[in-house]
Design a protein around this ligand. Structure first.
Ligand SMILES: Nc1ncnc2c1ncn2[C@@H]1O[C@H](COP(=O)(O)OP(=O)(O)OP(=O)(O)O)[C@@H](O)[C@H]1O
Ligand SMILES: [Mg+2]
Length: 446
């Protein structure tokens, strides 16, 4: 992966973390105002785990790597970048000290020596500075770097960012970061994310290999009139896996998902899900069992409010689930909360996609089907959608992902199937398919 993409992924990750901290700072303030004692209002373990992560990941790894390679070479190639870089690097240098102060404040507030509201303000000031820093890098430094740096510079930078033996950045360090991050996820209160609480430190990849088969499709056929669109598809998905389905226009991807969720008739074959034969089950019954789909083209109900669209996704759910789940979706996609009362048709394409995914999640899927979630979106939003999928994956969700954007899909998939005119023609791990010559030529444009 090239260095800028690695940096941007780090940024996305940190942005989410910052937003979460802001939210919890707000909740903690509310609790304190309602009279909760400091020790109870402040989730010390959670905030400490965030600070640990930032210390290890950002201060000791991400920043030094930027300084030593990207910033150094950019300064060399474009003197006008110097003031911006100097400010960012001053920020980098002060990072550990700021963390130290924040830890101090956290401990004072927990012991009742500092008002909870003051701690909340300090946390918010910290995340605000972090967000400004990220934006400066994304909006100023990266465009400058793209213009000014030479081929040989990129070789050097990319090599440094992909050095798996680097003690501060390589495999061992990555494993530590993951562990720290999982700690955050496992400590996060219920109000954060979707069931992050129950995920603990399950590494998704490891789960995939040993986990039981959740979905087994054998010899699936489906026709439109006399045209056979699926000619005998056999595939399986294990619990916790992300499986991608790639293939050209008209290969049958959508037909497959629709047949799986039962809205398109199956003319031959069988579907086993969670141990049971569901081949003859009606689509709403399949949804009740946890097969929930975000359809191609999003298909949100334009005149209905955003909130009502989400509620529709929960129509198979008992009532007592709905309010809590709605909160989780709103936490995951704050923009939907902000606009909850507006007609869904007023949302941008990217926001409608979030809504479509949110609606599917309201059905409490045990298998989430996503049909071309990035279709028709601007590159930045495509990335955002894939971030969402990655987050769901890291929370242990089992996902069947159909994408035209094959490279991105294969990149996050544990395994993948290539579909050609109604048949599976190739299968393997995502990485195997990425390096497969035929796949590269046919789908990745390389
Ligand atoms: N409603 C329909 N009536 C008749 N034929 C259809 C219908 N929907 C799809 N088909 C045909 O079935 C085949 C598979 O189409 P499908 O939409 O499943 O492909 P896809 O892989 O999802 O394509 P895309 O990448 O364009 O979304 C195609 O030959 C298509 O023309
Ligand atoms: Mg399709």
């Amino acid at each position: 992966m090239d260095a800028l993409r690695i940096i941007s992924e780090d940024h996305n990750n940190l942005w989410r973390l910052a937003t979460t901290v802001d939210q919890l700072a707000g909740e903690m303030e509310t609790q304190a105002k309602a009279g909760a004692p400091a020790g109870q209002a402040i989730d010390t373990a959670f905030f400490s785990s965030v600070l640990d992560y930032i210390e290890q990941f950002v201060e000791r790894s991400h920043h030094p790597k930027e300084d030593d390679y990207l910033f150094r070479l950019l300064r060399l190639r474009n003197p006008y970048a110097a003031p911006t870089l100097a400010a960012l690097q001053a920020d980098h240098r002060g990072g550990l000290a700021r963390l130290g102060t924040l830890r101090q404040r956290l401990s004072e507030a927990t012991q009742g020596q500092l008002p909870v509201a003051d701690l909340a303000n300090q946390l918010r000031a910290y995340t605000a500075a972090m967000k400004t820093h990220i934006l400066t890098e994304e909006k100023e430094v990266m465009p400058l770097a793209r213009k000014a740096l030479r081929k040989e510079d990129w070789l050097e930078i990319n090599r440094a960012f992909n050095d798996n033996h680097d003690p501060l950045f390589g495999d061992t360090a990555q494993a530590e970061f993951r562990e720290l991050y999982h700690r955050i996820v496992s400590l996060a209160p219920e109000s954060v994310g979707l069931g992050g609480h129950s995920v603990g430190s399950l590494p998704a990849k490891a789960v995939a290999v040993e986990a039981e088969v959740l979905l087994r499709v054998q010899g699936m056929e489906s026709c439109y009139g006399r045209i056979k669109a699926l000619k005998g598809i056999t595939l399986e998905v294990r619990r916790g896996e992300t499986v991608a389905l790639v293939g050209a226009n008209g290969a049958g991807k959508t037909t497959f998902l629709r047949t799986l969720s039962g809205v398109q008739p199956m003319s031959a074959g069988s579907i086993h899900f969670d141990g049971d034969d569901i081949s003859k089950l009606r689509s709403d019954k399949r949804m009740r069992r946890g097969i929930c789909q975000s359809p191609e083209g999003r298909q949100v109900f334009g005149p209905l409010s955003i909130e009502d669209n989400l509620r529709l996704g929960a129509y198979t759910q008992p009532r007592h689930h709905v309010e809590g789940d709605l909160e989780k979706i709103f936490t995951m996609f704050p923009i939907l909360r902000e606009k909850r009362a507006l007609p869904a048709g007023t949302l941008s394409g990217g926001q409608q996609q979030m809504l479509a995914i949110g609606r599917a999640l309201m059905g409490r899927p045990s298998l989430l089907l996503l049909d071309e979630p990035s279709m028709g979106l601007a590159p930045l939003l495509v990335q955002e959608v894939f971030e969402v999928i990655k987050t769901l994956k890291s929370q242990g969700m089992t996902i069947l992902l159909v994408e035209q954007n094959a490279l991105a899909a294969l990149d996050i998939a544990d395994r993948a199937y290539v579909l050609e005119t109604g048949n599976v023609t190739l299968t393997g791990t995502g990485q195997e398919l990425i390096s497969n010559e035929q796949v590269r030529a046919a789908y990745l444009g390389m």
